[in-house]
Design a protein around this ligand. Structure first.
Ligand code: IPE
Ligand code: IPE
Ligand code: MG
Length: 259
């Protein structure tokens, strides 16, 4: 089912979408080109995904660009990815800013080269007051790292007497995780055919719809993204309540849905 930005009501759309952008290497290999060629092509797909979400009025888009496990890749691939990241930040940020996009990088940036860390700070500062799409790029990010960091903060608050152990609630943990101020994750997409989360948003994905597609990341264009959204909208979302309750809710919204 093909959808475009006008045929579907805002309320039924996901507010926060995250994507595990996988398959760049295979895309390049299929063309007998080096893996980095796929990463470069993947940047075009990032641009297209950002534009699509901006048009659609999605509040937050979170893209997995480099995992905490990706350091294990060959050294030249890692350094090319760093260079590409720096190049994209330098080249694209002005355009993002013009389009009212607010950019945030999530992950442990301390391991990144100095010039890249500075670029991240500059880019976030430039776009911090923008009110359009919130774009989060996950770089050296790991879901376990995020939760561990929150646990350390809570432990130090308990040690200093600011908190009691009984103050460690789900909300207290959530508020110390990356993207705490943003809408809850609604839809998690993985391209490239693998059926796993690869240590991405572990806590935040608790109630997210999961969408897996064989499409390799460089081929994930507007039509492929629209397909993922259509699938999300058509699924019955349950949140641990009864299907009847959801149906009643859906019935009350029926007039707004034009799918
Ligand atoms: C994902 O594509 C991009 C990054 C991890 C940076 P891959 O590089 O994992 O591509 P495949 O999975 O090997 O095809
Ligand atoms: C996940 O892809 C990480 C990113 C897309 C950045 P990988 O290709 O690194 O994941 P695994 O190793 O197959 O689980
Ligand atoms: Mg991969």
């Amino acid at each position: 089912m093909a959808l475009n930005a006008e045929t579907i009501s805002q309320q039924s759309l996901p507010k926060h979408i995250a994507i595990i952008m996988d398959g760049n290497g295979r895309w390049a290999q299929a063309r007998h080109r080096p893996r980095v060629f796929g990463h470069k092509k993947g940047v075009d797909a990032v641009r297209s995904a950002v534009q699509f979400c901006s048009k659609l009025g999605v509040k937050s888009l979170t893209l997995f660009a480099f995992s905490s496990e990706n350091w294990r890749r060959p050294e030249d691939e890692v350094s090319t990815l760093m260079e590409l990241f720096l190049f994209v930040l330098t080249k694209e940020v002005r355009k993002l800013h013009k389009n009212n996009v607010k950019l945030t990088i999530i992950g442990d940036l301390s391991k990144f080269p100095e010039n890249l860390q500075q670029k991240v700070v500059d880019s976030e500062t430039l776009t911090q007051d923008n009110t359009g799409l919130q774009l989060n790029i996950a770089a050296n990010y790991g879901g376990r790292w995020d939760i561990t960091k929150a646990a350390q903060q809570l432990a130090s608050d308990v040690a200093s007497g600011k908190l009691q152990p009984s103050d460690i609630t789900e909300d207290a943990i959530t508020s110390r995780l990356s993207m705490a101020e943003q809408p809850e994750l609604d839809l998690l997409i993985r391209t490239g055919g693998d059926l796993r989360i690869s240590n991405f948003l572990l806590w935040q994905a608790a109630y997210a719809e999961l969408y897996f597609t064989q499409t390799l990341w460089p081929d994930f264009d507007e039509a492929a993204f629209a397909e993922a959204i259509a699938c999300y909208v058509s699924r019955e979302r349950r949140f641990g309540c009864t299907g009847e309750q959801i149906k009643e809710l859906l019935a009350s919204k029926q007039t707004e849905l034009k799918v």
